[in-house]
Design a binder for this molecule. Structure first.
Ligand SMILES: C[S@@+](CC[C@H](N)C(=O)[O-])C[C@H]1O[C@@H](n2cnc3c(N)ncnc32)[C@H](O)[C@@H]1O
Length: 265
């Protein structure tokens, strides 16, 4: 993982080098539409308050749970007994990004969604409530964390989520084997290069032209930046959007020339 200093430096570079997020000078109609309809859409949705209320409770929950350590993203807290509040403070996607992911689902209406890395189910809840007709299959390795997520889905009356507990590298291929194509995948766990590329390859086999994949923390470490570059250069990828903390990947064939956008968010 890069030091805080390096991440700030990289963020400043992103901020000044990126398109300013108002759509000016963006020649891709698809990206222009994404900026106007999704990125800049600040309309509050009915589910927001109840989900943020759950986050608030988690951030104040001092109970201790026994957690298996999965993936490079867990290096912040090393011991196995962890406070719920500590995990909530370090693992969950912020409100800004979780709501953006919800808006993406609301706008593009993917029907079959995958999330790698449920944690306490905050982002999952945004994805699920953005489209009640969609099915979200979310994967979490740590069973005590998964149990908290299940409790949260119940409290929010979310019934379009299936949570699979276990290591991604075992559970994901087993799931995909019996699955039709997937429309959307959010990869938010195990931030190392080799597994990230492995998940990309697995998901790609189950994707189609209109699928999208979203990778978390693409500038988090040298390994993640390298994984992001490999994904961008993959022949099946036709368009990417870098928002610094997440990277969006598209495969549409009517984008005749491969294009990479970096947009301020
Ligand atoms: C960053 S958190 C996910 C946060 C969640 N998506 C959100 O925004 O609320 C990543 C989660 O992935 C899980 N994880 C990491 N590597 C894993 C692996 N190889 N198999 C299963 N779970 C894993 C961790 O236990 C952790 O709870």
């Amino acid at each position: 993982m890069y030091s805080r200093f390096i991440i700030i430096k990289k963020y400043l570079h992103y901020w000044f080098a990126s398109s300013n997020g108002n759509g000016h000078g963006i020649h891709s109609p698809f990206v222009y539409d994404f900026i106007k309809q999704v990125l800049k859409n600040n309309k509050k949705q009915p589910a927001y308050d109840s989900i943020e209320n759950i986050r608030h409770n988690l951030l104040n929950d001092s109970s201790i749970i026994e957690v298996e350590d999965f993936g490079a993203g867990s290096t912040l807290i090393k011991n196995k007994k962890r406070r719920v509040s500590q995990i909530a403070a370090s693992s969950l996607k912020s409100k800004k990004y979780a709501q953006l992911l919800g808006r993406i689902v609301q706008y593009y209406k993917p029907a079959s969604l995958i999330e790698l890395g449920t944690s306490f189910g905050i982002t999952t809840s945004y994805l699920a409530s953005a489209n009640s007709n969609a099915t979200i299959t979310t994967f979490e390795g740590a069973s005590a964390i998964a149990a908290v997520a299940e409790k949260n889905f119940k409290a929010l009356a979310i019934d379009n989520v299936q949570l699979i507990t276990g290591d991604f590298s075992i559970k994901l291929p087993a799931f995909l084997e019996n699955q039709q194509k997937i429309d959307f995948a959010f990869i938010d766990g195990n931030h190392r290069k080799a597994p990230t590329i492995q998940y990309f390859d697995m998901l790609l086999k189950s994707s189609h032209e209109s699928s999208m994949m979203i990778f978390d923390d693409i500038h988090w470490s040298e390994e993640m930046e390298s994984a992001w570059n490999d994904i961008k250069n993959h022949p099946a990828v036709t368009l990417t959007i870098n928002l610094f903390f997440i990277g969006l990947v598209f495969f549409k064939k009517d984008f005749k020339v491969k294009q990479h956008f970096t947009i301020r968010f």
